[in-house]
Design a protein around this ligand. Sequence first.
Ligand code: DLL
Length: 436
Amino acid sequence: MENRYFSKEETYSLEQMRALQTFRLIDTVYRVYNNVPFYRKKFDEMGIKPSDVKSLDDLSRLPFTTKQDLRDTFPYGLFAAPKSELARIHASSGTTGKQTVVGYTKRDLEAWGTDAARAIVAAGGTKEDYIHVSYGYGLFTGGLGLHAGGEALGATVIPVSSGNTKRQIQIIQDFGSNIIACTPSYALYIGETMRDMGVDPKSTHLRAGIFGAEPWTDHMRREIEKLLNIKAYDIYGLSEIMGPGVSFECQEQSGMHINEDQFLPEIIDPDTGEVLPEGATGELVFTCIFKEALPLIRYRTRDICSLSRAKCSCGRTLVKMSKVTGRTDDMLIIRGVNVFPSQVEHLLMELGLTAPHYLMVVDRVNNLDTLQIQVEMSDAMFSDQVRKLEETQRVIKNAVLSKLGIAADIKLVEPKAIARSEGKSKHVIDNRKLDF
Ligand code: DLL
């Protein structure tokens, strides 16, 4: 197998990596203590001075950061760089309508380009390739993240963005796309559409795909590989830490190498916060050690996985994380969009048109996620004319689309139709069966 890497750090010895990480961790701790009042207060409360952090072993003494902390300091409270240094803002879904805002300096954007370029190279990409980016462009980090990776590599980027599947296929054929980047479910959909259109995947120049932003299984991988006649690679990331490219798969296709020269990973017990040993399954936590604008300390991703330092046949020494098999919270990822049930509840309360009882039914039809939201009518509404009910449905549908960014089918159901529960109420039925 060909051994090619984008950066020297990918094959550092453990000793070299530890030395770099230690230096960067210490630098980061001073940076946040001096520039972010939130961290200074937390450190002071815990009696930690930046000078106390001398080695990687001191990491576990530092406080955690959560999505709630980002929300409480909305929009820029955790930023460690002055406004004049910011080069870009992105955002991801929040739990109650408010987005989580993240920022980058010029150096951060370059580092991100490096992260994504490493992923493209690990998927066999070279500067000769056409990189077809079908992740959405905009506040979502997918499109611009892979775009930066392609440019950093010196490849040719085709910034198609998502949607209009037939056009995607036309572009693959006409422009000679070699590597496609999108969500795995969209890749399946493109493959199926290609088949329905009678386009032979072997007649295209597609060779590989870089798929992430949502959980997917090895079964889906095989389906995609067959339908598109490519090798399919996983890529992981989250806006709070960087975006796509926090970790990426190599030719071995067994777990994702974490760019640990930039992001220090830990696995913790989500209930106790205790750090777990290598190989244990738990919640993934990251400390950004090479970020200027938003260097989060021990950020709790809520993603469940495990870490491994087993030798990899690709030659990279970067620690690997397993596929993400679940979350410790109730966040759903529907067609690549992060959705919290509490957002739906919040929105229904805000509209005040119906009772606040609802049930989200998620499914996968023809390889595309579908969302139906069943909303209970109030007793008063029950006698309303059909036209009025249709209007209510339309208003809710539009609000879900504009606030949550997702198209949903709204079904009004009779008062008391949604089962009440004595304990935690059940707001979601997820029929997509992802067996890991
Ligand atoms: O989804 C960034 C991204 C874009 C990653 C394109 C890969 C490709 P957010 O919108 O902030 O960022 O969502 C982050 O998505 O905490 C995971 O729960 C989930 N996620 C991302 N990648 C994967 C993956 C982008 N490969 C959240 N497998 C994360 C499973 C993933 N889940």
